[in-house]
Design a protein around this ligand. Structure first.
Ligand SMILES: Nc1ncnc2c1ncn2[C@@H]1O[C@H](COP(=O)(O)OP(=O)(O)OP(=O)(O)O)[C@@H](O)[C@H]1O
Ligand SMILES: [Mg+2]
Length: 235
């Protein structure tokens, strides 16, 4: 088991946003947590990254208890995130943004760059251009690329399709699926876009107001009447 979360509770002050959820991700899996606005998806990811303190419960990464480990140590263990509405460093060039992803170890970046540019050709074309000149969708690609250059062990992706036109969103989901299937990268997607994320996932969890209410394989969830009614109905 790569990641195991047990009875995780996360609060903002007196208000508890995540009420004791448990889930697991195996090495090499692509797993989705789907849920509506305010369900607690971002809160869960922030707790996994070490950016939001855990009120109770535990988080294990490769069997090690990381519940109270600072964020930079988790990053060093290979846990990386593409945050919600991911922002680039606008004043830096596309290439310099990618360099930030490997913490300035430029020899490491050179090794990764070919495969990154193969996934996202636009980033090669624009590598010397300031990141502020990229479109929203291109900046989203840069944010994913920046997380990938450090060869993560576990990639946590928050609402990657937000703000992308459907065609580009589909491409981004396909890139994530390819990274998972071809490179064996373990990925956790949290998404409102339930159908697109389940379509590329092995398994999924449904988060409702801070509780996991349904779990199963992606194909089970896509057929589940409760999921269809609440999350797939409008798609
Ligand atoms: N910094 C904060 N302070 C207080 N409450 C917060 C804070 N951030 C989030 N919350 C609350 O915690 C709950 C879960 O929010 P969260 O951002 O995790 O939801 P989400 O599932 O990511 O939603 P969305 O799909 O809109 O991104 C919400 O009720 C939200 O209002
Ligand atoms: Mg969110």
């Amino acid at each position: 088991m790569l990641l195991e979360v047990k009875d995780l509770c996360v609060s903002y002050g007196d208000i508890e946003a995540v009420h004791g959820i448990s889930f697991k991700i195996d090495q090499g899996e692509l797993v989705s947590i789907i849920g509506a606005n305010g369900a607690g998806k971002t809160t869960t990811l922030r707790a996994l990254m070490g950016l939001q303190p855990v009120k109770s419960g535990s988080i294990f990464f490769e069997g090690a208890d990381i519940t109270n480990l600072p964020a930079h140590k988790r990053a060093r263990m290979g846990i990386r995130t593409v945050p919600e509405r991911a922002r680039c460093f606008p004043q830096l060039s596309v290439y310099e943004n990618l360099q930030m992803g490997v913490y300035g170890i430029s020899s490491k970046l050179k090794k990764e760059l070919d495969s990154i540019y193969e996934l996202f050709p636009i980033l090669q074309e624009r590598s010397r251009q300031s990141a502020s000149t990229l479109s929203g969708g291109e900046q989203q690609q840069l944010a994913i690329a920046r997380a990938l250059v450090s060869s993560p062990r576990l990639l946590l992706v928050d609402e990657v399709s937000m703000g992308l036109m459907p065609k580009l969103a589909t491409q981004v989901f396909e890139v994530l699926r390819a990274l998972n299937k071809d490179k064996g990268l373990t990925i956790l997607l949290v998404e409102q876009n339930a159908l697109s994320s389940l379509n590329v996932s092995d398994r999924g969890y449904v988060l409702e107001t801070g509780n996991i209410v349904i779990e199963g394989t992606a194909s089970e969830l896509i057929k589940d009447e409760r999921v269809i009614e609440s999350y797939l109905g409008i798609q």
